[in-house]
Design a protein around this ligand. Sequence first.
Ligand SMILES: [Zn+2]
Ligand SMILES: [Zn+2]
Length: 61
Amino acid sequence: MRREKAHMCDQCGRRFKLKWALSVHRRSHSNIRPHACNIYPKTFVNLKDLQRHLLIHSDVK
Ligand SMILES: [Zn+2]
Ligand SMILES: [Zn+2]
């Protein structure tokens, strides 16, 4: 067994030493979308999707 944190969340890449900590963490993905736009009431599961979405605001100055 490796000594590094073995349990990685496949949705956000966070690593957890304990398997139960990962399963608790993963539950938050199913309920809450962690990446929220603060301009529109819009949320994204993936940070990449949010970053792409935020580009539409960058034209508005
Ligand atoms: Zn995660
Ligand atoms: Zn937005």
